[in-house]
Write a protein that binds this ligand. Structure first.
Ligand code: UDX
Length: 446
């Protein structure tokens, strides 16, 4: 919405949320208090906030006055009931649709922006249409569009300013053109594509499934590298030079995290099973299974090298976010790996450039498995190493690539192990300091 407001000064953008604290944070004059950290966001926000972009909790009046409404709510995986653990929880989408149906006036274009299971637009349409038939005295009509968001966290602003494509799905050409008129202000016309609603919804799930599958593919190959003496960085480089494969999104790592990949694949699996396509469902399910396996095997490699015993050992954790340049920890591989290490009795010193202690606490202590006496949040990256027997590089923050190892040597326990799950270190440099290193996908590991 910030990017729309910036590029369309003639459009009034109102971001509304029933959560008043969140709105307060978006209105905070101290930009460090914004609810999300995203490079480049605050610079644009400061330009447009309270000009043509406002944040408020006046949801109903905003709906009443809007010509176009974007539904951008959370759609996590369902926790209970039918489809639990497999399909998205649509309660917030549904309640938005009900609120819109109650409060809208005149003709309103409703745009699905959240990633949703295929056919959700139909649900939204039915809810909206039922309100028009119940209140025949009110003159209100709706057009529903799907406009999935392809941005990645950490690069969101650039992805929005220079998108590979903008996808608009619908069956009302006038409404589709109205949305196109917004994007055309900064996106080249040949990158704005029209499809029907279902192709648009399925394209978003498919893009994420294919991206996640690429990571599971390279991660599965990282394990083969380790046993054969090959190096995953070299293999990725060599295969990526094939123009049919391409070099992007081939970095082996501890497994994909983030709010989308797992959820979207599980939605695809659910959809496939629903239509009796069990082989298709099994195929995509394996992408998620390899991802869990990758996290689990890294944990086992760590335990094996620390003599099978982590009790009374301190381990440093560098990075808790699911990738660099974000403070988001949803589905972060660090969570599962840290939980497994805590379960072995290790004490963890955890550092992240943007994730705060409260978030780490929430992620580690859910289900009351671990208490705060078993880990410490460290603000200074070097204090992670104090009396530690090992360190694990979990997120690829750039400051971790240039640590001063001479400063670290006097404060660690020997023998000391470095575990590099992101391939950001030079193993020879670490070995030259007399330290042991295990690097993901490196066939030269001991
Ligand atoms: C993803 C999609 O990229 C984006 O198009 C969609 O709109 C939302 O989901 P996001 O989850 O923000 O975006 O981040 P992304 O950069 O895709 O990374 C996801 C995970 O994959 C991270 O944990 C990252 O570390 C991992 N990853 C990514 C790799 O392990 N290797 C890679 O080569 C790329």
């Amino acid at each position: 919405m910030v990017v729309i407001a910036k590029n369309c000064p003639d459009i009034e953008v109102e971001v509304v949320d029933i959560n008043e604290n969140r709105i307060k944070a978006w209105n905070d004059t101290n930009l460090d208090n914004l609810p999300v950290f995203e490079p480049g966001l605050s610079e644009i926000l400061i330009d447009v906030r309270n000009n043509n972009l406002t944040f408020s909790s006046k949801v109903e009046s905003s709906i009443r006055n809007s010509d176009m409404i974007f539904i951008s709510v959370n759609t996590p995986i369902k926790e209970k009931g039918m489809g639990a653990g497999e399909t998205s929880d649509l309660r917030w989408v549904e309640s938005c649709a009900r609120l819109i149906s109650k409060s809208a006036r005149g003709h309103t274009i409703v745009v699905e922006k959240s990633t949703l299971p295929v056919k959700t637009a139909q649900t939204i349409k039915e809810i909206l249409d039922s309100s028009t038939s119940n209140n025949s005295d009110e003159d209100r009509t709706f057009s529903v569009l799907s406009n999935p968001e392809f941005l990645a966290e950490g690069t969101a602003i650039n992805d929005l300013v220079n998108p590979d494509r903008v996808l608009i799905g619908g069956d009302d050409l006038e409404a589709m053109n109205a949305l196109k008129d917004i994007y055309i202000k900064w996106v080249p016309e040949n990158k704005i594509i029209f499809t029907n609603l279902w192709s648009s919804e399925l394209s978003k799930l498919s893009a994420n499934a294919l991206l996640a599958q690429r990571i599971s593919s390279i991660n599965s190959l990282s394990a083969i590298c380790e046993v054969t003496g090959a190096e995953i960085g070299d293999v990725a480089h060599a295969v990526g030079m094939d123009s049919r494969i391409g070099g992007k999104f081939l970095k082996a790592g501890p497994g994909f995290g983030g709010s989308c990949f797992k959820k979207d694949i599980l939605n695809l699996v659910y959809l496939s099973r629903f239509y009796g396509l069990n082989e298709v469902a099994d195929f995509w399910q394996e992408t998620v299974a390899i991802n869990s396996w990758q996290k689990n095997r890294i944990y086992k490699e760590i335990v094996a090298r620390l003599f099978g015993n982590l009790a009374d050992k301190k381990i440093g954790i560098l990075g808790f976010a699911f990738k660099e340049n974000t403070n988001d920890t949803r589905e972060s591989p660090a969570i599962d790996i840290c939980r497994n290490l805590l379960n072995e009795g290790a004490f963890l010193n955890i550092h992240d450039c943007k994730v705060n202690e409260k978030t780490i606490d929430k992620d580690l202590s859910s289900k009351n498995l671990f208490d705060k006496n078993m880990w410490a949040h460290k603000k200074d990256v070097y204090s992670v190493f104090e009396d530690a027997h090992a360190v694990i590089f979990m997120t690829e923050w750039s400051i971790y690539k240039t640590l001063d190892w001479k400063r670290i040597l006097p404060i660690i326990k020997q023998p000391f192990w470095v575990f590099d799950t992101r391939l950001i270190l030079d193993p020879n440099e670490i070995k030259n300091f007399g330290l042991n290193i295990w690097q993901l996908g490196n066939g030269m590991n001991k």
